[in-house]
Design a protein around this ligand. Structure first.
Ligand code: PGA
Length: 250
């Protein structure tokens, strides 16, 4: 049995006051271990959220990290810093990082290896653009993105990793993949991993991301190979995020 994981990706949103209010609301309602809940604040607020998750079931993660250990890398954040702030997970290869900041498959693989070496759990994001889907290349794109990391890191480094399938056309658009579309790709991803290690594939959590909301979460999570969600916009709304976590735990 895989325990579902719901991860909130706050992206570049919020301030000290809104984060206090959001975390107060989440802590009041989310107390069960039926589902793993994770929040990924902007790195400048990790320290604040660390304090707010001290007595809570909610885990802490980062939205990105440097592949370098430390040194002259202006503006970057290291794995050592994330560990220092009790982060457990790091989102890697989000489509916004790939498209807006030119992160290549190779760079994502380097970040993945560094993350595992540091003892943090990577959430590897993959997904196709609308054009790639319309050309019938969805599975080829997802396979390329996953294989780039499997080949560089080795399948054994996926033991604690999570994969998030996020169709780019569904991110922040209000256009969600249908449960059938999600299940098809999730099953294909599990098969790709199973080709390397069947037991690991059966245990690996594969999250769906892309306009998950309180209304569509339950039908997405009802699919056999959908083990929770990576949630952007709705993770900033206290009641919506609680409802999504409850749907995953049901
Ligand atoms: P969204 O974002 O839920 O706002 O579509 C998801 C994500 O980018 O992780």
């Amino acid at each position: 049995m895989r325990t579902a994981l719901v991860a909130g990706n706050w992206k570049m949103n919020g301030n000290s006051a809104s984060i206090n209010a959001l975390m107060e609301g989440l802590n009041a309602e989310l107390k069960s271990n039926a589902v793993d809940v994770l929040v990924c604040p902007p790195s400048i607020y990790l320290s604040q959220v660390k304090a707010l998750t001290a007595d809570s079931v909610i885990a802490l993660g980062a939205q990105n990290v440097s592949e370098q250990n430390n040194g002259a890398f202006t503006g970057e954040v290291s794995l050592e810093m994330l560990l220092d702030l009790s982060c457990e997970y790091v989102i890697l290869g989000h489509s916004e990082r790939r498209s807006l900041y030119a992160e290549s498959d190779d760079l994502v693989a380097d970040k993945f290896k560094a993350t595992v070496a540091a003892g943090l759990k990577p959430i590897l994001c993959v997904g196709e653009t609308l054009e790639e889907r319309e050309e019938g290349n969805t599975l080829a794109v997802v396979e390329r993105q996953i294989k780039a990391v499997v080949n560089a890191a080795g399948i054994e480094q996926f033991t604690d990793a999570v994969i998030a399938y996020e169709p780019v056309w569904a991110i922040g658009t209000g256009k969600t993949a249908t449960p059938e579309q999600a299940q098809e790709v999730h099953a294909a991803i599990r098969n790709m991993i199973a080709e390397c290690d069947a037991e690991l594939a059966s245990k690996m959590r594969i999250l769906y991301g892309g306009s998950v909301n309180a209304a569509n979460a339950a039908e997405l999570f009802a699919n056999e190979d959908v083990d929770g969600g990576l949630v952007g916009g709705a993770s900033l709304k206290t009641n919506d995020f609680i409802a999504i976590c409850q749907a995953a735990g049901a």
